[in-house]
Design a protein around this ligand. Structure first.
Ligand code: PLP
Length: 416
């Protein structure tokens, strides 16, 4: 036992938002089989109780501090900024969070919620394996059984993460239907949930899915922006001019944007995966391809989805597995429509260049997802003044991508 009577009191106390938003303008909502409606209502109620429970909140904050390693710092990318000759670039270092990315913030929060609901089993879906690893870690920590659904194609190309999940005590269930990738794994996870809804908690990995998931994930990831806003003011005495984050499902971006939403002078910039270019059709730029990207329902929510003219979901491509998805979080569709945030894309080659540039100027290997946000900063900085600030969310570290990067660099050398 601790001898310190205040062992529960940590100085680390970010003030996380708790609001649940059923719809973001026309987007969001709940498009699920009727059998799941009571489970979603129970989740909503449990989340509200979780937010009001002082003991659970203490435990959550303590674990964010002592297990995840929060607050993560912001770093001034001095050599990169000097090289580009314009704005000062600051990096929010989610790559330094336990398991190597922001995903643990949400996985830990939801695992605590699952335990508070009396569930002993959590299920998750994963594409690249990052959300699976975060979920398996949180489940081990909180003594929950963990099953992760993963397409067999992804299992083959993400072996290190499959091994991590298994070593963490999770069961990885291969999914061989459809394209054998993330969207098929999501379908299997939902099927499992429908069947085992009483014993099982579905731990969703991004700001997607039916209400209340997009709000819950946003609120857990809002810790990124809350810390970053305070840190940038402390370090520079002012707000950034622009906040830049990559957008897969959109959780790290919405988590950064949230704290700056009412600072109307701060531009919010989301970066999607341009893959091999918009014209190629091989990308995941839901907002930037007027031919394929338009509103529709996918996996329980109404949002921008890449689809053909008959509404069949398009195959997507990105060098970064975490951005390679046909749907974007519904709140981003709303932020774009209202003009509060703007969205752009970076292609595979630009992301790869930004990866190398950051590595060689700052000694940081970013995740390929995060390299998309860095690439956008590299594009913008030279046109700005040296007293201006770009705040980039470095959502994860690049160790998981070494194989992909080496192969891509080799094949681009061979082409030249
Ligand atoms: C999963 C992942 C992403 C994309 O997911 P979002 O929900 O859009 O944040 C981005 N960066 C890293 C490092 C990831 O692991």
């Amino acid at each position: 036992m601790s001898t310190n009577p205040n062992h529960n009191a940590t100085l680390y106390r970010p003030h996380l938002p708790t609001e649940l938003t059923p719809k973001f303008g026309a987007y969001g909502g709940r498009f699920v089989p009727e059998t799941l409606l009571p489970a979603l209502a129970a989740l909503e109620e449990a989340y509200r109780a979780f937010c009001l429970d002082a003991r659970l909140q203490d435990e959550f904050h303590r674990l964010l501090h002592t297990y995840v390693g929060r607050p993560t710092p912001i770093s001034h990318a001095r050599r990169l900024s000097t090289r580009l000759g314009g704005a000062q670039i600051y990096l929010k270092r989610e790559d330094l969070a336990h398991t190597g990315a922001h995903k643990i913030n949400n996985a830990l929060g939801q695992a605590l919620l699952a335990r508070a609901m009396g569930k002993h089993r959590v299920i998750a879906e994963t594409g690249a394996g990052q959300h699976g690893v975060a979920t398996a870690s949180a489940a081990a920590l909180l003594d929950l059984e963990c099953v992760v659904y993963m397409g067999v194609v992804d299992i083959a190309r993400q072996q290190p993460n499959v091994q991590r999940m298994e070593l963490l005590g999770a069961e990885v269930r291969p999914v061989s239907s459809g394209s054998q990738t993330l969207k098929d794994a999501v379908n299997e996870a939902i099927r499992d949930w429908v069947t085992n809804v009483n014993s099982t908690y579905y731990l969703l990995g991004s700001a997607l899915g039916p209400h209340p998931y997009p709000s819950i994930v946003r609120n857990f990831q809002a810790v990124i922006g809350i810390e970053a806003r305070e840190q940038i003011i402390t370090q520079t005495g002012r707000l950034p001019d622009e906040c830049i984050a990559c957008v897969g499902g959109g959780s790290n971006a919405i988590g950064l944007f949230q704290a700056f939403r009412n600072d109307l002078q701060v531009r919010l910039v989301g970066v999607e995966a341009g893959g091999e270019g918009i014209a190629s059709g091989r990308h995941a730029a839901r907002f930037s391809d007027p031919g394929l990207g338009r509103p529709g329902v996918l996996q329980g929510t109404y949002t921008y989805v890449l689809q053909d003219k008959d509404g069949q979901i398009s195959a997507t491509h990105s060098i970064s597995a975490g951005l390679d998805y046909a749907a974007v979080g519904p709140e981003h569709a709303f932020l774009r429509e209202t003009g509060r945030a703007e969205y752009t894309f970076v292609d595979d080659r630009q992301a790869l260049e930004a990866f190398q540039l950051l590595a060689q100027t700052e000694g940081i290997l970013p995740a390929l997802e995060s390299a998309h946000a860095v690439a956008e900063a590299v594009r913008r900085a030279p046109g700005m003044r040296p007293d201006q600030i770009l705040l980039v969310n470095l959502s994860g570290r690049g160790d998981k991508d070494l194989d992909t990067v080496r192969k891509a660099l080799k094949s681009s050398l061979e082409k030249e």
